[in-house]
Design a protein around this ligand. Sequence first.
Ligand code: ADQ
Length: 467
Amino acid sequence: MPRVVIVSNRVADLRKKSQTGGLAVALADAMRERGGIWFGWSGETKEEAAPAVAETIGRVAAVSLPLSRREVEEYYLGYANSVLWPLFHYRLDLVDHRPNFLDTYAAVNRRFATELVPYLEEDDLVWVQDYHLMPLAARLRELGCRNRIGFFLHIPFPPPDMLAATSNHREMVEWLLEFDLVGLQTSTDVGNLTRYLEEHMGLEEIGGAYRHGSRQVRVERFPIGIDPVGFAAMAREEPDDVAIDLMRRKLLGQRQIIGVDRLDYSKGLPERLRAYGRLLVQHPEYERVVSFLQIAPPTREDVDAYAEIRLELEALAGSINGRFAEFNWTPIRYIHRPVSREKLAPLLRASDVGFVTPLRDGMNLVAKEYVAAQDVEDPGVLVLSRFAGAAEELDAALLVNPYDVDEMSRRLHQALEMPLAERRRRHEELLEKVMRQNATAWLESFLEVLERPDGNQEAGTADQVAA
Ligand code: ADQ
């Protein structure tokens, strides 16, 4: 079985069990089993760029390099998170393109390719993760790399007309054409990319792949998943402070709605808080009974749009609490800090409603974690945005339009009043999907397609002969 070389913006700390990013959680589990190399940024910022260093942890070698201050500003915070992130989340209004962003993004990808090549063996499968590294296959090919290279995009792929609002859209898609396989989260994303290939580039699908020049690329859907069995086990283990809080709430007959997200404008947090506020206005009987716990740890705070959403959220939580709080009851508990997964899992289990309402999300693993964490005898209800990738599979949830505050408030009410039989029926259907499309299935199915022979091997040999 060939080795697997994962390349992502950040190399996760494989010794640490609690990870904050969805990507790290899904891959770390699978990599520990399979072995291979994980290559990427170490997370350190140095005055000057420095070379990569390797560290072996179990069967996985982590190879990481620090970035220079300028690279962090212009590649990571800049092009990746101020241009690509908003653009791919359908937020053209938040795209903040500045001089040097694209050049530094290209340069970091070139440097990643140069540093990675010495570690590669002939048969390695290279698997590149996410929007930070779209040009990587093109740069590796320039250095003579003939390995199978796959790409998985964790975030949505925007519709062709939206992509076309950036000046270098064609170049972006040409980067992707250098991979052997491009994996996306949903059929909507696959449709968006293949429409671009067909309508903007005149490419045609033949035998499941798009041919261009001497190469061909497959574009397929691989919805990412979690480790539902492990997460459910964690959810049943309550740390003391969580157990005490649960007991107190039970005693007082209190119920809880929960939200867990990185504090990101794509997650629809202000709309979510407003919907909860509306619920309290429309159903005064929920006062002192139904509270809302929102956990939203900080990310990317050096990007202006993130600082703004934080202020907006704090003001909103303050005003709703100011209006409804009692001396002994706080409607919204808003935590702007990371919470360990050991606490998160039982908190999800102990909540009557999982409120997951991103305006746009590649998948959203919290939705799947909420389902996995529930007590099957007495499960809570998932209220889920139609615009989360997860909605494509989890259609037994109560699906909502995350821009429609009234609808969300009505669905919260429906969730809180849902009879046990219906809760069980919906949960059973959801759990079946979460179990089936788990992290291992996602990883295995991607690698299986990446390994499948196609015309690119011959094209590689022909190039070699010509060279
Ligand atoms: P994210 O945008 O980070 O991921 P998500 O899929 O919800 O979003 O994953 C977040 C992960 O971090 C979850 O496992 C969650 O439990 C954890 N987490 C969140 N807040 C936490 C906290 N306070 N403390 C501890 N853990 C916390 C990106 C895309 C998603 C896609 C994933 C995976 O934006 O759409 O689903 O990658 O592909």
